[in-house]
Design a protein around this ligand. Structure first.
Ligand SMILES: Nc1ncnc2c1ncn2[C@@H]1O[C@H](COP(=O)(O)OP(=O)(O)O)[C@@H](O)[C@H]1O
Ligand SMILES: [Mg+2]
Length: 368
């Protein structure tokens, strides 16, 4: 029997690769990762999600995906509980991010849509489930994203040391954690992380991602293409800002490429990698961080990490492993922590990050 409460965080990011589940507890203000489990999305589900995120599919499709994902999230929670040798009575809550199919934080009718019915997760697991983390922040005028900087601040901030955390998922986000004043912590989405590289690789090879950056390695950066991509208004936009696959997708690549018709597939792949690198490096350049810690799936792409290290000679770059947390599980763990915040009626957003009018308790609790 666990002495301190355990939580399950379920993360399914913009890469749409699957569900990461983390079973965590928070003893003595610290953090303990008890078990992890990943559930890759089946191929057809992934294809349907991609279509939905491109606005192809009506209410039936959305409803069915919401149900199917709810079942998969519930299973992921059960598997991670088994891996940790715990039973539902020992888990205080599940925090489920849900699968984003549309994120539109700007405009008069801003919204963000995550699928994975939490009612089904509760029924399958018997554990209180907290979901819909973004929309309260949005109702308070915020972007609803990114939400992980609050977790980064709570567990990775260090007095006397300026740090940045860079999470490279489908979209990349940065957290700035100043060593002298934790209240000045901030963060935002820098733009594409792996999303464009994945989209291009998939379009040409059928593979979901460019394993270890091999295809990119065969190509060269095309400076004209890079410059053209960097002229997209998102990169110059001031924070708070957040983005998603509804913007940075294959159609976005093809629009820019129509002005550069002669390029090889590998050169485009390498240039897309550099776009991720440059847009992160430009932001890091403006921050006096001594240390930069990377997390998310992008850490597993050695070409990407090498190019980023090269682009940031002023910074020392490591992965969150150096902080005692495997980079693959940071986001799932963050949603375990966010569940705990909500269950204890504590706020979960950082208004400096999202632009919300104030701190808010995030999400809705589905009681067992
Ligand atoms: N061995 C690898 N080589 C290159 N890229 C990888 C590798 N492993 C994972 N990735 C990248 O990481 C992505 C998944 O990262 P993840 O952090 O799960 O993103 P998200 O939070 O958006 O789901 C994959 O889509 C892929 O682009
Ligand atoms: Mg993922």
């Amino acid at each position: 029997m666990q002495s301190e409460a355990c939580y399950i965080g379920l993360m399914s990011g913009t890469s749409m690769d699957g569900i990461d589940a983390a079973l965590v507890s928070f003893p003595d203000q610290g953090l303990k990762l008890h078990a992890t489990h990943s559930v890759p999305y089946p191929h057809d589900l992934r294809e349907r999600l991609h279509r939905l995120s491109q606005n192809q599919g009506g209410p039936d499709e959305i409803g069915e995906m919401d149900h199917q994902l709810g079942v998969l999230f519930g299973e992921a929670a059960q598997r991670v509980m088994e891996a940790g040798n715990l039973t539902s009575s020992e888990i205080a809550a599940i925090g489920s991010h849900g699968q984003t199919i549309r994120h539109q934080p700007r405009g008069q009718c801003s919204f963000s849509l995550q699928l994975g019915d939490p009612n089904i997760i509760v029924e399958q697991t018997g554990i209180a489930t907290i979901a819909d983390f973004r929309r309260r922040d949005m109702a308070a005028g915020g972007e609803g994203a990114p939400l992980v900087p609050a977790f980064h601040r709570a567990f990775f901030g260090k007095s006397g040391e300026n740090r940045c955390i860079v999470n490279i998922g489908g979209i990349a986000n940065i957290s700035w954690l100043p060593g002298d004043d934790p209240d000045q912590a901030s963060g935002f989405d820098t733009g594409p992380g792996n999303a464009l590289m994945d989209a291009w690789c998939h379009h040409h090879t059928g593979r979901h991602y460019d394993e270890n950056g091999r295809l990119a390695q065969e190509g060269e950066i095309n400076e004209d293409l890079l410059e053209d991509m960097l002229s997209d208004g998102y990169f110059a936009q001031a924070a708070p800002k957040s983005t998603g696959k509804e913007k940075f997708n294959l159609a976005w690549i093809q629009t820019v490429l129509s002005r550069h018709p002669e390029l090889s597939m590998a050169d485009v792949q390498r240039t897309l990698l550099q776009l991720t690198v440059t847009t992160i490096a430009q932001q890091l350049d403006e921050l006096p961080a001594e240390m930069v810690y990377l997390c998310g799936g992008g850490v597993r792409n050695p070409e990407l990490v090498a190019a980023l290290t090269q682009a940031c000679p002023r910074h020392q770059i490591a992965s969150t492993d150096a902080l005692g947390m495997d980079p693959q599980w940071v986001e799932a763990t963050a949603f375990g922590w966010l569940a705990r915040q909500t269950l204890n009626a504590n706020t979960g957003n950082l208004p400096k990050v999202t632009g919300a009018r104030g701190k808010r308790i995030l999400g809705a609790i589905y009681q067992p």
